[in-house]
Design a protein around this ligand. Structure first.
Ligand code: ATP
Length: 208
């Protein structure tokens, strides 16, 4: 039987936290595989909050969110977290081992994905010895190995030099082309430029 088409549909989404002003309102959009959607807007405009709503972790104050054919959601946070003494390769292999891959298969696949994110040289390095940018790219590689239907990424290039940021942006585009719905919260004009569409929260009722 064919897999159901993946689709996330937001209808009239709006949110405020108790005691805060309205962050955004009236957001209606659809997210499809193949698209990279950028969530843009100044600090505090609600980008991370909207990611949490898309993940299903926060119920929107207004509107509805429908997710069809989306069972696995990957989330890459702004702050990387890992097991300090485990290697970078272990971190990326783990989701594949959890899916039943053998260690040899898992490590080969993990190394391929790590290469896409420019992490080959640090594969054997302990997590605690990675730079902030390496650790964040490691979280991206790990998330990709979880084979998510929907990949939510918070500020993927904030800690990266221009060249590495371009590698990450290109790889996120390729992941979308492979059938994942990709959403990126970003301030980075280069990342914004690779997005197939942008939802600009600054234009959405910030004058409250
Ligand atoms: N659980 C919460 N309770 C109350 N207020 C919150 C909560 N989470 C976030 N906020 C507030 O909501 C606003 C939007 O936060 P959010 O993290 O979504 O913004 P952002 O656009 O992602 O910001 P940044 O670019 O700085 O990461 C902020 O003013 C924040 O303080």
């Amino acid at each position: 039987m064919a897999e159901p088409a993946k689709l996330v549909r937001a209808i009239g989404l709006g949110h405020r936290f108790p005691g805060t002003a309205e962050l955004f309102s009236g957001l209606t959009f659809e997210l499809h595989p193949g698209q990279v959607t950028g969530l843009c807007g100044p600090s505090g405009s609600g980008k991370s909050t909207l990611l949490s709503i898309l993940a299903g972790w926060v119920a929107p104050a207004e509107g509805t969110l429908e997710r069809t054919g989306v069972s696995r959601t990957g989330w890459v946070f702004q702050n990387p977290y890992g097991v300090p003494r485990r290697s970078a390769l272990d971190h990326v292999s783990l989701p594949l081992l959890a899916q039943g891959w053998t260690r040899g298969q898992a490590e080969r696949r993990a190394l391929e994905v790590m290469a896409d994110f420019g992490l080959t040289a640090v594969a054997d390095r302990q997590f605690r010895r990675l730079s902030g940018g390496e650790a964040q790219r490691l979280m991206l590689a790990r998330s990709v190995c979880s084979a998510p239907d929907l990949l939510l990424v918070d500020e993927p290039t904030a800690q990266l030099d221009l060249r590495t940021a371009r590698t990450v942006n290109r790889t996120l585009g390729a992941i979308a082309q492979d059938g994942t719905i990709v959403v990126i919260a970003t301030h980075d004009p280069d990342t914004r430029a690779v997005c197939t569409r942008v939802i600009d929260l600054a234009e959405r009722g910030r004058d409250h």
